[in-house]
Design a protein around this ligand. Structure first.
Ligand SMILES: [Zn+2]
Length: 514
């Protein structure tokens, strides 16, 4: 598919689906799942054949310096083994001939082929280790079209006929719920539709509002041409802003104006605690249902059959719902923070960080606040206002080691949270200082360019940000230890730290009850 150059934004509308239509939709999604799996299998087969070809090793042996030659060798191989998006589109015409064709039109089949090709191509290019086939339980949860003219499409009535909208797929005609009083919906539907995507999501239970008998809700995502609606409350500032992101904190320092250091996604804490309780309940239930599957120390034995009770399954469902709630809440918090940052300014400087590496090092806090997703969100928000998010390679900037006073780089351990230099700079909180340096980064040579007198005012601003945080710690709020405020992490609740002993104890109590 040729990438379109015009800007695109999304509008999501819920669909009203009755029992009969839901049944048909489930059959269509099942057909899409089968076809997708078949396509993945075929693409993987072609990839294996291509890699087994002796010419593959020859192509790999071509040095990287001979770019053109290397590229041609690989493209010849791809062509010979039919490993391309186009070849898979050809294949889908033959694979789509049986019962699947009754449920899927050719356009949807083609987009599935593209999706399968992209997944396998990631394996081919070494970006992924394997592809994931969609199991029956997990299913395929979205299908999309390429245009809005035939097949899966969204039609909108003209205002004089009633302003209704439908998603049409095969024989299904699904009415969309359109709230014309909502400015976001109103703005979206005034723009031309590129194509539509049908999405189904799990609701909390089959009894939830708008859910079908298997607990799915359906909605349509319209891909529209243009830029998304901006609410009047979301203003855009003019400052150059530096950010420093930690696994659980963010420092926001503009060149002028108020600096800020705050924990990331702290509102999620109660949700995380509730989720943790559900996880522990699930573990207790699993142990009670399968007493023979654990040894005397409470460890799991190998190769076992597990029995799920009704209560266990209910807990598992509640846990899955909690996870979805948490993800949605996190996303909304990210959106709010992105708008708060853009309100200060839409020229943003940040060090480029590998969030992958962080996940390994600080698993839990990164999992909670998802800083990588925050940056993606921020990048989109900034782009929609016409600003830019500059990312600098950490290796060449090394802001956490830099001192602007004597212009030297000194490595400090992660535990040292304050920057203090013999040249008289500091003490200043490390994250805030990095963010302040980032705001002054010169994009051409990666060295902060700082005028003599700007530090005087900045020192006070950064101190004020720390004061504000210390105030909150004094009021009893729990802060991440990484902010470097003494005793800030001392009130961490015990229940957040799981330990094995407790689980064994629980089991002992359950055994005593039984
Ligand atoms: Zn210094």
């Amino acid at each position: 598919m040729k990438k379109s150059k015009t800007p695109t934004f999304l509008l999501e509308l819920p669909l009203r689906v009755d029992a009969g239509r839901a049944k048909r939709l489930r059959a269509q999604f099942e057909a899409a799942r089968c076809l997708y799996n078949a396509l993945l299998g075929e693409a993987m087969k072609r990839l294996r054949q291509m890699r087994a070809d002796p010419a593959w090793q020859e192509a790999r042996a071509i040095p990287h310096a001979q770019k053109q030659e290397r590229k041609e060798a690989f493209s010849r191989l791809r062509h010979a083994h039919g490993f391309s998006e186009y070849a898979l589109h050809e294949f889908v015409k033959t694979a789509n001939c049986s019962w699947i064709a009754e449920h899927l039109d050719s356009m949807v089949a083609q987009t599935l082929a593209t999706r399968a090709y992209q997944a396998v191509n990631r394996v081919c290019r070494g970006l992924a280790k394997h592809v994931r086939f969609k199991s029956k339980g997990r299913g395929l949860n979205s299908v999309e079209n390429k245009w809005n003219k035939s097949g899966l499409r969204f039609v909108l009535q003209p205002p004089e006929e009633g302003d209704q909208g439908w998603l049409i797929w095969g024989k299904c005609r699904l009415p969309a719920l359109i709230d014309w009083d909502d400015p976001v919906v109103c703005h979206g539907l005034r723009h031309p539709i590129k194509y539509a995507r049908l999405v189904r999501r799990k609701a909390s239970s089959p009894k939830a509002q708008g859910a079908d008998v298997q607990g799915y809700r359906y909605c349509v995502q319209l891909l529209l041409e243009g830029t998304p609606h901006r609410k009047p409350k979301h203003t855009v500032g003019k400052q150059v802003t530096g950010l420093d992101l930690g696994p659980s904190t963010i420092a926001i320092v503009p060149r002028e104006g108020e600096a800020r250091l705050s924990p990331l996604c702290e509102e999620l804490k109660p949700d995380i605690r509730a989720k943790r309780r559900l996880e522990r309940k699930l573990d207790r239930q699993r142990r009670a249902n399968n007493p023979g599957n654990y040894d005397e120390k409470g460890r799991v034995k190998r190769r076992l059959v597990w029995h799920d009770s009704k209560g266990y399954r209910a807990t598992r469902r509640r846990l899955a719902h909690k996870e979805r709630q948490l993800a949605a809440h996190r996303k909304s918090l990210h959106g709010r923070l992105a708008h708060e940052i853009v309100r200060i300014g839409n020229d943003i400087r940040i060090e480029k960080i590998s969030y992958r590496a962080w996940q390994k090092q600080f698993g839990r806090s990164v999992g909670r606040s998802a800083p990588g997703m925050l940056i993606d969100h921020l990048r989109r928000t900034v782009a929609s206002t016409g600003g830019t998010l500059h990312e600098f390679p950490t290796r060449s900037t090394k802001l956490s080691q830099y001192c602007h006073g004597c212009k030297t780089y000194v490595k400090k351990p992660l535990s040292q949270r304050w920057h203090e230099c013999a040249c008289g700079t500091g003490p200043v909180q490390r994250d805030l200082y990095s963010a302040w340096l980032a705001a002054h980064l010169d994009p051409t040579n990666n060295i902060p360019s700082i005028a003599q007198d700007s530090w005087e005012g900045a020192d006070l601003r950064l101190r004020a940000a720390v004061e504000a945080l210390a105030q909150r710690a004094n009021e009893g709020q729990v802060l991440p230890r990484s902010v470097g405020i003494p005793r800030a992490g001392a009130r961490l609740p015990q229940s957040l730290a799981p330990n094995r002993l407790e689980l064994v104890y629980r089991r002992g109590r359950l055994a005593a009850l039984g």
